[in-house]
Design a binder for this molecule. Structure first.
Ligand code: ZN
Ligand code: ZN
Length: 346
């Protein structure tokens, strides 16, 4: 159990501030494997095992069985159970929340790996009080990384294709700056989509049963599941890989949110999959609507030319390209009456 700020060892200390760097800490900042840490009464050193899912004693405040004094977890010191190593007592760490200690680069890639390959740990290790903007930053980094690496070859091509790269650094810098702004804009728009997805998922979970943790926690878990977008960092192919990333993210979300909210996999899958399913249906419906409502406005020149039918089958309503507008006009005035030359003789 080490300080998040400076890595100072915090075993056998009362919660408070780190003696090395002054950072405040409580036992709720950590996860212990159940029954792997014990907590000592501040009066008589009677040891209590941490038995709940976070490896902490339940309840948090009680009367000591050894000395009959009222005691609280915030007054107690923690030790690994006798004969075990302190490191073995510690449960999953949430890499991105510990980036100050691990280093940003290592924490980022560890979080991406966890997000993609063990998403249930993304849910179980989510801090007691997750920081919303920290999750947004992680998700923006994943999305921007994918977009920048995917599109960079195109930028080089545009640069050389325009033949202006030789005109100096100013043009190259302008090109890279506008490309960077585009990538960031797309990444930010993506975050709005993820947040909407997380919010609707949380709403469906609320409607279908009990939830353990509030909306902000579901949103943070959703954002931490976007690690799959870092794999769309495939030059040129990212647009196609992006579809895989969305599916991967949905699978990660089901696993992470089920653990986080202690909901069944089926219920979580329903909550996670309904928003994208509705979005796809709405998109399909709007495309159909746009196509069908645009039909009357297609100019005549774009109308498919009908295959010229054999003469005996030609009905009066069929018009051919050979007709002049005047002939067409005549025909429309004639209405549905068959024209004399096509009427069959009795
Ligand atoms: Zn410290
Ligand atoms: Zn006691």
């Amino acid at each position: 159990m080490r300080c998040r700020g400076c890595d100072y060892e915090l075993w056998n200390m009362k919660p408070g501030t780190c003696p090395e760097c002054g950072r405040p800490w409580t036992f709720d900042d950590f996860r212990f494997f159940p029954r792997m840490a014990q907590f000592l009464c501040p009066h008589c050193e009677h040891a209590y095992a941490g038995t709940d899912e976070r490896g902490l004693p339940v309840p948090r405040a009680f009367i000591c069985a050894g000395c009959q004094n009222p005691i609280d977890l915030a007054q107690m010191r923690a030790l690994p159970v006798p004969g075990s190593d302190g490191n073995l007592a510690m449960g999953d760490e949430h890499a991105w929340s510990e980036r100050a200690r691990l280093g940003r680069w290592r924490a980022f890639w560890r979080m991406v790996g966890q997000s993609m390959f063990s998403p249930s740990r993304t849910g179980s290790s989510l801090p007691h009080e997750p920081r919303f903007w920290s999750a947004v930053l992680f998700s923006i980094l994943c999305a921007s990384l994918g977009i920048v690496i995917c599109a960079f070859p195109f930028v080089i091509l545009i640069g050389f294709g325009s033949g202006q790269l030789s005109s100096g650094w100013q043009y190259a810098l302008e090109l890279v700056a506008s490309f960077g702004a585009f990538a960031l804009g797309v990444a930010l728009a993506g975050q709005l989509g993820f947040l909407l997805w997380g919010a609707v998922t949380h709403a469906i979970l609320c409607l279908t049963g009990e939830v353990r943790r509030p909306l902000r926690h579901t949103l943070c878990a959703t954002l931490y599941c976007s690690g799959a977008f870092a794999i769309s960092a495939v030059p040129c192919c990212g647009i196609y890989v992006c579809v895989i990333s969305v599916v991967w993210m949905a699978v990660s979300m089901i696993s992470a949110i089920a653990v986080l909210q202690k909901s069944s996999i089926a219920r979580t899958a329903l909550a996670v999959l309904v928003p994208p399913a509705v979005a796809i249906l709405l998109l399909a419906a709007s495309i159909v609507w746009a196509v069908s409502s645009a039909k009357p406005f297609i100019p005549a020149v774009f109308k498919p030319v009908p295959i010229v039918a054999p003469a005996q089958d030609a009905s009066p309503a069929t018009s051919t390209d050979d007709e002049t507008p005047a002939q067409e006009n005549e025909r429309s005035q004639a209405g549905n009456r068959p024209s004399p030359d096509t009427r069959e003789s009795p």
